[in-house]
Ligand binder design. Structure first.
Ligand SMILES: [Zn+2]
Length: 107
């Protein structure tokens, strides 16, 4: 994961949270040059809610292709999300889910 960086002066330090945009994205402010920006604009990132939905659908047994259709996201994007969550699960993943992932060709 890349650090928050000011798009103007490219400082990675002293970047503070500065509320949210109308679209709900976290906004930041650079305390060095004072510019305000959104590190992950909507076109580059999706809401946490959509990601969680992808994972939920995956756990329900939907295929990646179905999930990407339902949520209207790129197939590879959905795969990355699910992979990311799987890698961060604190405890073992049930075999049934591992099988699903293998069937989808993620591992
Ligand atoms: Zn700056």
């Amino acid at each position: 994961m890349s650090a928050i960086q000011c798009p103007k002066c490219h400082a990675a330090e002293r970047q503070i949270k500065d509320g949210y945009t109308a679209a709900g994205s976290q906004r930041f402010r650079c305390r060095l040059c004072g510019c305000r920006y959104t590190p992950l604009p909507k076109e580059h990132g999706y809401d946490e809610e959509v990601r969680m939905q992808a994972l939920r659908l995956h756990l329900e047994g939907l295929s990646l292709r179905a999930i990407s259709r339902v949520l209207d996201v790129n197939h590879q994007t959905a795969a990355n999300w699910i992979n990311g969550y799987v890698n961060h699960l604190p405890i073992g993943i049930p075999d049934s889910i591992l099988e699903l992932i293998e069937l989808d060709g993620l591992l």
